[in-house]
Design a binder for this molecule. Structure first.
Ligand code: HXC
Length: 259
């Protein structure tokens, strides 16, 4: 498939790949082709050993204004079932490398749900987050009732999902939907800076730490602790554990290789 709705740059910073949603006229509405391109690009980068962290962005006006309403408007329930779009989202959920969202402007519906598939989120001061599906006579379908509730709590999720009204970046920060809010001129730089920082860390440790944090959203405490402990032990089989601890003991910076 020709990549045109998602632009990929692997040269932007060492160890970092940038993916840009590229349907600006439609406010980056997430149609099926865009989501397929995004899934495929992410899958390739996830396996590329030169890439250690990925940044997903849109443009200043819109990260994404949600799933493509034109594409959905004539569909019935069985059409939607057979299209099976959530298989694509499931693959994005299972990425092993850290994915950092850099968002500005409209972050709505599926756009907000896509952000919640990311591991860290940098927002511009102009970002507006919402789940407006209720205004279309539907409801969120890609985690907007489940992930959002776990992330910002029941009453805040209820407010967003039942009123459909967007919230400001400042409010999203207070609710724990984003890591930080910065001026619009620097939101992408800040996300790339974070990605570069993570790209210097031991890749196996990053991978298992990400998996472990995600497990916390998905398990009870005992299961989560057991999962964490096994991953912790496993890292003592890595060369990077020896390197990291030797570097500390000998007061030098570590050189991690991902082995
Ligand atoms: C398709 C969209 C779109 C969308 C905007 N556009 N959002 N097309 N799907 N979700 C298109 C418009 O049709 C228009 O194209 C162009 O983008 C600019 O949009 P305007 O409405 O003219 O811009 P503006 O007046 O600035 O309003 C911006 C907006 C509004 C407030 C974001 O566009 C809006 O309310 N969009 C819908 C947001 C939404 O309901 N999202 C949830 C979708 S459901 P034309 O060619 O007409 O000029 C969803 C379910 C997810 O996400 C389920 C899981 C996958």
């Amino acid at each position: 498939m020709k990549n045109e709705l998602v632009l990929v740059d692997t040269q932007i910073r060492p160890g970092v790949a940038l993916l840009r949603l590229n349907r600006p006229k439609e406010l980056n509405a997430l149609n099926l082709q865009l989501m397929a391109e995004l899934r495929d690009a992410l899958a390739i980068l996830d396996k590329d050993e030169n890439v250690r962290a990925m940044v997903l962005t849109g443009n200043e006006k819109a990260f994404a204004a949600g799933a493509d309403i034109h594409q959905m408007s004539g569909k019935g329930a069985i059409d939607m079932l057979l299209i099976d779009q959530f298989a694509t989202w499931e693959q994005i959920r299972r990425l092993k490398k850290p994915l950092i969202a850099a968002v500005s402007g409209f972050v709505l519906g599926g756009g907000n749900e896509l952000v919640m598939h990311c591991d860290l989120v940098v927002a511009s001061e102009t970002a507006r987050f919402g789940q407006p599906e209720i205004l279309l006579g539907i409801m969120p379908g890609a985690g907007g009732t489940q992930r959002l509730t776990r992330q910002i709590g029941k009453v805040n999720a209820m407010e967003m999902v039942l009123t459909g009204q967007p919230v400001s970046a400042k409010q999203a920060l207070a609710w724990g939907l984003v890591n930080r809010v910065v001026p619009v001129e620097v939101y992408l730089d800040e996300a790339l800076r974070l990605a570069s920082e993570i790209a210097l860390r031991a890749p196996l440790a990053v991978r298992l730490a990400k998996e472990s944090v995600l497990k916390a959203q998905d398990s009870n405490l005992s299961e989560g602790l057991e999962f964490e402990r096994k991953n912790f032990y496993m890292l003592f089989a890595s060369a990077d554990q020896k390197e990291g601890m030797d570097a500390f003991v000998n007061k030098r910076p570590p050189q991690f290789t991902g082995s």
